[in-house]
Design a binder for this molecule. Sequence first.
Ligand SMILES: *[C@@H]1O[C@H](CO)[C@@H](O)[C@H](O)[C@H]1NC(C)=O
Length: 219
Amino acid sequence: GQVAEAAVALGVQREQQEFGDMLVGSYQDTYHNLTLKVMHGLKWACEQCWPRYILKMDEDCFVNTNCLPAFLAELNTVSMGLYVGSLFSRKKRQVICEPSASGTCRPSRDSRPDEYPPYPSGIGYILSLDAAEKILEATQHVHPIPVEDAYIGILAEEAGVQARMSACFAKHNVRWHVCNYRYLMVIHHLSPHEQEAAQQSMLQAHSACRHSLELTCWK
Ligand SMILES: *[C@@H]1O[C@H](CO)[C@@H](O)[C@H](O)[C@H]1NC(C)=O
């Protein structure tokens, strides 16, 4: 999005000119506007890119580039209607409305206005293209809320796309063993230094953990 600080804006512009791999929207890039940013990315993916799958993730996440692409291309059996990640428990899906935020809380369309439908954390989730298209379509009927991942969950429910739980998405960067990198696809909350360590673990897991669990399905 658009940033106020001139130095950051210049950095974004340079990055875009040099690599041409950034999408820059016209909205203010603020935490409150995160939903706009996510929807912008999804719209671009569906209208200009047409991938088979979309991985939405936060920038402080590690992604297992060794396993995930091959898994999706060769082993994934759910190629349609896929919406998978680390789902929030019911307790964490309670809608908290602040008086000042009236109108930005969950639209009271359904019978459970105080609870979001099951949805994966925005740290990282995968959508198949058809699921992403249905979710985008649903934006016509559902007003956005600032909680970006909950909004995707509401849209998915509206579109009849079911959220799927997978242990391959980790919300917390605990002391994962090298062999956990055989199946972990996304891990949240890594510093740049920790990214390097995770990368090493991922590469080691390939040879060091031949006999440990390898990902064969969403579980
Ligand atoms: C979101 O972006 C719009 C469009 O740039 C801007 O008018 C609005 O102030 C932003 N909202 C917040 C809360 O940042």
